[in-house]
Design a binder for this molecule. Structure first.
Ligand code: AMP
Ligand code: MG
Length: 315
């Protein structure tokens, strides 16, 4: 009898050592959305706790609606400069570069338009939009030191998730984590590879029925950022309006796209560019991505067709 138990114990040991370690996973609510982190290759519960607290830390730094955040203090400073964390200054640099690099399609000064649409009970009139537009525009964001002119205010909603994923990857790598899949409300970041050395597979959902997959992409050390009107919208007078706004007009974007996923090594770049491409529409958006080295995209047109740029690693 004793021998049977010994054989059973040895078999159990052999089985556990053959089974690839399951990833550690945690789902949580942050950044006004559902987030999850999956850690591979010997990560510990401490890594998981660090991941969640890192996301929360940067939300406290960059959210417009957290009263003492860097962005809330800058917005409330009436044109004065305020002391900002180094990471905030770096993110404002990146954001400014993309405001220029996208001809203003990506614009973190859209906050006055956003407030209008967020609080409206009816579609805002052209007069009201024009008035808000006086506080919107890249020229309102002044640097060295950072401050805001003419009653402008900032909203980092189109770049913060990507930037937070970047910060989290740096910390995970520094802590010896070699593989992770980070999902911040549909912004997916693949850190490294799976334990067997293969890339992660990330599905791009059909915006018309998110239970369906349009195509699957091999991902390693990249962020896939998706912008679309199907994820978040304003509902006014019985109609849905995109939460992504055209900085030129203040109107919700309505064009030949249902969604855009941008794939880039830097999460902040992917995030800013997916919003910009969604504003620009297919032709201009694709031309922009084609002009950028190492950055790819999948455009989903209003007829449901998915158009990947040439270098997308479809699997
Ligand atoms: P994303 O989901 O990354 O495309 O970001 C959309 C969010 O960014 C919105 O919910 C707004 O907070 C903000 N936003 C809307 N339109 C723009 C725009 N054209 N440029 C930059 N931020 C925007
Ligand atoms: Mg974005």
């Amino acid at each position: 009898m004793r021998r049977i138990w010994m054989v059973f114990a040895v078999l159990c040991l052999l089985c556990t050592s053959c089974t690839p370690q399951a990833p550690l996973m945690q789902s949580f609510l942050a950044l006004d959305t559902a987030c999850s982190v999956k850690l591979y290759g010997g990560a510990t519960e401490a890594h998981l706790r660090m991941a969640v607290s890192t996301v929360e830390e940067y939300e406290r730094l960059w959210s417009r609606t957290v009263p003492q955040s860097d962005i809330a203090r800058l917005n409330a400073a009436e044109g004065e400069a305020v002391a900002l964390a180094e990471e905030t200054s770096a993110l404002l640099e990146t954001a400014s570069a993309w405001m220029q690099g996208t001809d203003g399609a990506f614009d973190i000064t859209v906050a006055p338009y956003k407030e209008l649409w967020e609080t409206a009970s009816a579609v805002p009139s052209e007069d009201v939009l024009r008035e808000a537009g006086q506080r919107v525009g890249a020229e309102k964001l002044l640097s060295s030191p950072w401050r805001l002119a003419d009653g402008a205010s900032l909203d980092l909603g189109a770049i913060a998730k990507g930037a937070i994923a970047d910060e989290l990857c740096e910390r995970l790598k520094a802590d010896g984590c070699t593989g992770a899949l980070i999902d911040l409300g549909g912004n997916i970041t693949a850190l490294g590879h799976k334990p067997d050395g293969s890339p992660f597979h990330v599905a791009i959902a059909d915006p018309r029925d998110t239970s369906k997959t349009l195509l699957t992409v091999a991902a390693a050390d990249v962020t896939l950022s998706t912008s679309g009107s199907y994820q978040r919208f304003y509902e006014l007078e019985g109609r849905r309006y995109s939460h992504i706004l055209d900085p030129e007009t203040g109107h919700p974007v309505e064009n030949d796209l249902l969604a855009v996923t941008v794939i880039a090594p830097c999460g902040a770049d992917a995030d800013a560019l997916s919003t910009a491409c969604f504003v620009m529409g297919f032709d201009k958006g694709k031309a922009l991505i084609d002009s950028l080295d190492g950055i790819e995209a999948v455009f989903v047109k209003t007829d449901g067709a998915a158009v990947p740029t040439d270098g997308v690693p479809v699997c």
